[in-house]
Design a protein around this ligand. Structure first.
Ligand code: HEM
Ligand code: 2DC
Length: 469
């Protein structure tokens, strides 16, 4: 017989005690490892209550399948109160990230066509390819200046600039110039604000922002300052495109970027467009840059694999005869490498949904309305789901074994990552250009762990040596 909800294992009954152990274990930065620990202790399902938010946690692909079948027409994630509180405080509209219900759906359908339909990829490729080529030129310059025919560095800051330059080129159809020697200080400030915004969000997952706001807490002030910086910079970019479009409305035939396309389409209000474009711009920096950094780290640790992927790229370059869209269809191992990076180093520790109907998970009854979390980080490192999970093996993603509900790094279904196509294309083109030109090496073979700052980040700088081929 199916067991009742109240029988699910876990320490959900004593939430104060749970919060205490959580702080003591430095839970804030270790959420991903605490989840692994909980699955080891309780098995593949457990209930948990930390502070005010309660959830059922699952790890198995079969259970993920059941969860996503019960997500309803308007799938809802855990609400990040810090983000909604800021919008309410400053009287700014929610974009697609924070909207729910019919309002979310109608905005999302229009955005889908402009941002993740396969048809758009052809428009994005030339824009992203150009940025990739410029990045290579910049690295050659750095190598030359070092005078040692190699460059040893923590690439993260360069990658942030690459990511912002890439997403901006797609959104605005224009370059920001972040890969030049002297960059706009406002753009650098924007990058710093995003990092600060994520960092200040995570404590507020457990302490209600409303409380912090009324007690004048530092963390809330920093958070507001970070979002202010993000919105101000995005507003400047949006205004400049808007003005150009009004001065010169006739289409030139050239793809004008996501923002101009949305404005000309005239199906969303200007305020809705601004809100979602700002979210896309902010969501497009740390996510792809950190994933690229982890990928270079893994390839530096696996020189034979690096060589194998380089060979795949060379063959694809020749076979595609200059057609880059075609080329991207011929690099399965490279795509496997990105999936493998996100398996071991996911951006999101978990996926969550409020289920809209009663379901059964691991033989327990789960009532409609429950918040169910799929532990993505824990799943990626479970040996029952991924044999030898500690090994970085992109070939496991080739068409040999079943990937049933195992490839979930960008989420699932209609509420999945809106930036997915941009992210994937941008990361594939980056790796193609970099591997065609340079070799990556790692000095000391030390394991770098993840730390949670809303998204998962490397806990310390990753130093790489880059050499021309
Ligand atoms: C949502 C992952 C890059 C914009 C999400 C979600 C995940 C995710 C897991 C939640 C999906 C769900 O609940 O099913 C990633 C990863 C990235 C990445 C792994 C890169 C490696 C980006 C980029 C952008 C972006 C580049 C913007 C250009 C968004 C937005 C949402 C979202 C707007 C909310 C969509 C909605 O609620 O309808 N992402 N993301 N992401 N992401 Fe990404
Ligand atoms: C963080 O317990 C851990 O893609 C929480 O580009 C549950 C949770 C809820 C929503 C998740 C968040 C986690 C991680 C970061 C995500 C976010 C939804 C979107 C966001 C996954 C797992 C992200 C990084 C977006 C951010 C866009 C924003 C900056 C405008």
């Amino acid at each position: 017989a199916v067991q009742p909800f109240s029988e699910i294992p876990g320490q959900w009954k004593n939430s104060v005690a749970n919060l205490y152990t959580f702080w003591k274990m430095d839970g804030l930065r270790n959420i991903h490892r605490i989840m692994v620990h909980n699955f080891n202790m309780h098995g593949p399902i457990y209930r948990e209550k930390v502070g005010y938010y309660e959830s059922v946690n699952i790890i198995k692909p079969e259970d993920a399948a059941v969860l996503f079948k019960a997500e309803g027409h308007y799938p809802k994630r855990l609400r990040v109160e810090a983000w909604t509180s800021y919008r309410d405080y400053r009287n700014r509209k929610y974009g697609v990230l924070l909207k729910d219900g019919e309002d979310w759906k109608s905005n999302r359908i229009i955005l889908n066509k402009e941002v993740i339909s396969p048809k758009m990829q052809g428009n994005f490729v030339p824009l992203l390819d150009e940025v990739g080529q410029d990045f290579v030129a910049r690295v050659y310059k750095k190598i030359e200046r070092s005078g040692q025919n190699e460059w040893t560095t923590d690439l993260s800051h360069e990658l942030f600039k690459y990511a912002l330059e890439s997403v901006s080129h797609v959104l605005y159809g224009e370059r920001l110039g972040l890969l030049l020697d002297y960059i706009d200080p406002d753009a650098q400030h924007f990058i710093d604000c995003i990092t600060l915004m994520f960092k200040t969000t995570s404590p507020m997952l457990y302490l209600p922002p409303a409380l912090l706001r009324h007690t004048g807490a530092r963390i809330w002030k920093d958070h507001v300052e970070a979002w202010d910086g993000i919105f101000n910079q995005a507003d400047r970019c949006i205004q400049s495109i808007y003005r150009q479009l009004r001065k010169n409305p006739e289409a030139s035939g050239k793809y004008p970027g996501v923002l101009a396309s949305l404005l000309m389409l005239d199906k969303l209000s200007i305020e809705d467009i601004k809100a979602s474009i700002t979210e896309l711009m902010a969501g497009g920096v740390d996510t792809t840059s950190i994933t690229l950094l982890w990928t270079l780290y893994e390839l530096a640790r696996h020189p034979d694999l690096q060589e194998e992927i380089r060979a795949e790229i060379s063959a694809a370059r020749i076979a595609s005869k200059g057609d880059v869209v075609q080329m991207l269809k011929m690099v399965p191992l490279l795509k496997g490498a990105l999936k493998e990076t996100l398996r071991l180093h996911p951006v999101a520790v978990s996926l969550q949904r409020y289920i809209t109907e009663d379901i059964v998970l691991q033989n327990y009854h789960i009532p409609a309305g429950t918040l169910v979390q799929l532990g993505l980080y824990a799943m990626g490192r479970d040996h029952r789901i991924f044999p030898h999970p500690e090994q970085y093996r992109p070939s496991r993603w080739l068409r040999s074994q079943s990937h049933y509900f195992r490839s979930l790094s960008f989420g699932f279904g209609p509420r999945q990552c809106l930036g997915r196509r941009i992210a994937e294309t941008e990361m594939q083109l980056f790796l193609i250009h970099m591997l065609e030109n340079f070799r990556f090496e790692k000095q000391r073979q030390v394991e770098v762990r993840s730390t949670f700052e809303l998204i998962l980040l490397p806990e310390k700088p990753i130093m790489l040596t880059i050499k021309p081929l």
